[in-house]
Design a protein around this ligand. Structure first.
Ligand SMILES: [Zn+2]
Length: 408
């Protein structure tokens, strides 16, 4: 097992052009006294939409690390994989997110539920858990934990018996949040499967829409988050799971109002954390293009116009994680008349700016397919405007994410 560092931060580099700008932010964090480890992640869906391969993510990360002389750790996450999608990631990744959300509710092997309940009488009484709770939770989740075991063993076999990687198990892409009691029971079951799970991504209470702030009850989130940390600590103690086991927050990016809560909890308990973001770094590239003006701004406008024209198809795969009010999307004619300040003001995630438009932001967030189809036109524009793009990518990551989460 490769031990996961205490503080890890997942970033996405959809077009393989921004790894250096992202790494600069981790260098700044290190200079400020915080050892924060970058984890470049990209899901199979993103690879399919962009038409890229995990080898390219690896090459971009390695190049940035070499160019900037980064000597600390970094990781590459095969994000949200399963048995049918993992194989092409295996040679390139050292962090695997086993997504078993689709197996929640699937029946476990016969006899397995009863055996689990009998084996885990120690659960009864913790978080108010009763015997029938163990049984109900096992019915709901045991199949998913067995699936995680299957994927884990598949990766180990493909890697030739070595498990020199970090294992994450994710159950976030589902309808109902998991309670701290359920998390403890799930971790017991993952330990039974002999998975050295080091990060666990539950579904938290509230809505985690893509690229915009948290929508939910902050007090309730804090209560559950704190209890989740207790569940993690107990699972380490009771089930012999790795002492590095920590919560993974699949944020959908930019859950700014949760950052003070997470920061407080991590500080108080000494717990580690993995925070996963991805898509908003591509938005910073678009902001950088718009910020540069001229042909960069024109391209940003064209991306918006095309995204607007194809919004139904673009939004469809993300329906459960976006809330876009079409009436609040400006027409492409309106946007065509915007200057740099108007475009960046609408897109940049600055809630204090009255020009900020979360509907436009969410649409562009899921609109990276448009940039992918622009191909070289898009990447050439990033090169032409490299300085402005890098400044926006870097400032966003450092000032709006790393500082509020990790720096005093
Ligand atoms: Zn996720």
């Amino acid at each position: 097992m490769r031990a996961v560092p205490k503080f890890t931060f997942g970033v996405g580099d959809r077009f393989g052009q921004s790894a250096a700008a992202q790494l600069q932010s981790f260098i700044r964090a290190k200079a400020a006294g915080v050892d924060l480890v970058p984890v470049w992640n990209k899901s199979n869906r993103e690879h399919l939409i962009v038409g890229s391969d995990p080898s390219a993510t690896r090459a971009a990360a390695d190049r940035a690390v070499k160019d900037l002389g980064w000597e600390a750790e970094y990781l590459l996450d095969a994000d949200h994989i399963n048995c049918s999608t993992v194989d092409r990631y295996i040679p390139h990744c050292d962090f695997f997110t086993l997504d078993v959300a689709d197996s929640i509710g699937e029946p476990a092997e016969s006899g397995a539920i009863e055996a689990f309940v009998d084996r885990h009488s120690e659960l009864i009484g913790q978080f108010g858990i009763r015997r029938d709770d163990v049984e109900r939770t096992a019915k709901q989740f045991l199949g998913a934990t067995q699936k995680a075991g299957e994927i884990y063993r598949h990766i180990v076999a493909q890697k030739g018996g070595e498990d020199d990687f970090v294992t994450e198990v994710s159950m976030d892409e589902t309808d109902n949040p998991q309670s701290p009691a359920e998390i403890l029971i799930i971790l017991a079951a993952l330990a039974d499967e002999k998975i050295p799970v080091q990060t666990f991504a539950p579904k938290f209470t509230g809505r985690f829409n893509k690229g915009v702030d948290y929508d939910g009850d902050l007090a309730q989130f804090e209560k559950e988050f704190d209890a989740n940390l207790v569940a993690i600590a107990r699972a380490i103690e009771t089930y012999g799971l790795p002492s590095s086991l920590k919560l993974s927050v699949h944020s959908g990016s930019d859950k700014f109002s949760l950052y003070p809560i997470i920061k407080r909890a991590v500080k108080r308990t000494g717990a580690g954390i993995h925070l996963k973001t991805a898509g908003t770094h591509w938005l910073e590239e678009v902001i950088g293009l718009a910020d540069a003006g001229g042909s960069g701004l024109e391209l940003a406008k064209e991306i918006y116009a095309q995204a607007l024209a194809r919004r139904e198809a673009l939004c469809e795969p993300y329906a459960t994680v976006i809330d876009i009010d079409s009436a609040k999307l400006p027409t492409s004619e309106t946007v065509a008349g915007w200057n740099s300040t108007q475009f960046t003001g609408a897109l940049r995630h600055d809630q204090s700016n009255p020009a900020y438009n979360p509907h436009l932001r969410q649409l562009l967030h899921v609109g990276f397919k448009i940039a992918a189809q622009l191909g070289d036109t898009y990447t050439a524009a990033l090169h032409e405007n490299a300085e402005t793009v890098a400044r926006n990518v870097g400032e966003n990551l450092y000032d709006r994410h790393i500082v509020p989460l990790f720096i005093d």
